[in-house]
Design a protein around this ligand. Structure first.
Ligand SMILES: [Zn+2]
Ligand SMILES: [Zn+2]
Length: 341
């Protein structure tokens, strides 16, 4: 099977992913073998490829927003059948026994494993996963489903932290693949939404998707947003943006950070930016319950997933586009097994 393989991490401009012909993986007794239709390109993949996240194996196939079809099920699998469409996200194993797993916080499990990081992922024609960490997916075009599986689920978890108790205004700092889904969801849940970005094209998309307001953040950082938000999610992987968000929120609001990796946050002026029971919280991975909840909401509200599709062999170019902010919404790789779209 063909796959885009990362040997040593390097800046994406050096195209560190190489097309290789690998032996097809074999499913274990509790696993399913999946033919990958589409795999979304997530910012976490960029952190893996560029080495912001330390390598966990000598070589890895990235990709954890996988939409595909079951090719074969392991001998112990009763929940899936050949031909069924499934989605595979980032979280691929938790121990079930540690203090976090036993308290409904499997996203914090010390022994958890990740698709496309500790195990080979979806920049590939075939992939395996334990059946209980995959999710049934609806029929229809596959590419728009891919970003739901990480951008969507993680954005949802971050949004849950940031939502005020009842109505209010929620800010989205950085408007890429994750924010464009979270903003629609917040609007459906009855909140006002404000998108912040330095990218005019991203703001135009936010406007089209129903943002109550959009705020351009390009130029000098002088323009301090007023204390107008009841909650905020930081999607941009840039520490200084956290200060912008803290500056923009009212007393009692939560700012959640949806990034797995962030550049350093400058010194926080406690009296001015945190006092008043403002909260700052990071988001680590997701529970399977988050995934089920979000995939259900995405269908119920028919969230619009805006995607640009590239062939598998252009994974380096796709990641470079993501890094430059050159696409609106999400980038998705066509891994060759799609029957539609
Ligand atoms: Zn655990
Ligand atoms: Zn991701």
């Amino acid at each position: 099977m063909r796959a885009m393989v990362l040997g040593a991490p390097a800046p994406i401009e050096e195209h560190p992913l190489r097309l290789e012909e690998l032996a097809p993986p074999r499913e274990g007794p509790g696993e399913i073998l999946v033919a990958v239709e589409h795999c979304g390109v997530c910012r976490t993949d960029l952190h893996v490829v560029e080495g912001d996240l330390p390598p966990r194996r000598p070589a890895v196939v990235p990709g954890h927003e996988i939409v595909g079809r079951v090719v074969r099920v392991g001998s112990e699998v009763r929940t899936y059948a050949e031909g069924q469409r499934v989605g595979i996200p980032w979280l691929r194993f938790t121990c079930g026994a540690c203090e976090y797993c036993r308290s409904a916080r499997e996203n914090l499990c010390d022994r958890k494993e990740y698709t496309g990081y500790t195990a080979n992922g979806g920049y590939s024609e075939l992939v395996t996963v334990r059946a209980e960490y995959a999710f049934p997916m609806p029929e229809g075009p596959g590419a728009p489903l891919a970003p739901l599986l990480c951008a969507g689920i993680i954005g949802f978890r971050a949004l849950k932290f940031a939502l005020p108790p009842s109505e209010g205004r929620v800010g989205f700092f950085g408007f890429g693949g994750s924010a464009h889904l979270a903003l629609q969801l917040a609007a459906h849940l009855g909140y006002e939404t404000v998108a912040y970005s330095r990218n005019p094209s991203h703001l135009a998309l936010a406007h089209r998707l129903g943002a109550t307001d959009t705020v351009a953040t390009s130029g000098p950082r002088a323009e301090t947003p007023a204390r107008s938000l009841d909650g905020a999610v930081v999607f941009a992987p840039a520490g200084p943006v956290v200060l912008d968000a803290l500056t923009a929120v009212k007393k009692g609001a939560t700012v959640s950070i949806a990034s797995i990796h962030l550049s350093p946050i400058p010194a926080i002026d406690y009296d001015r930016l945190l006092f008043g029971e403002r909260r700052l919280v990071s988001v680590e991975s997701n529970t399977r319950e988050d995934a089920r909840e979000f995939l259900d909401l995405a269908q119920r509200y028919r969230l619009e997933s805006v995607v640009t599709v590239r062939p598998l062999v252009q994974a380096n170019e796709a990641l470079a586009e993501l890094k430059r902010g050159a696409v609106d919404g999400a980038v998705v790789l066509d891994c060759g097994n799609g029957r539609s779209a």
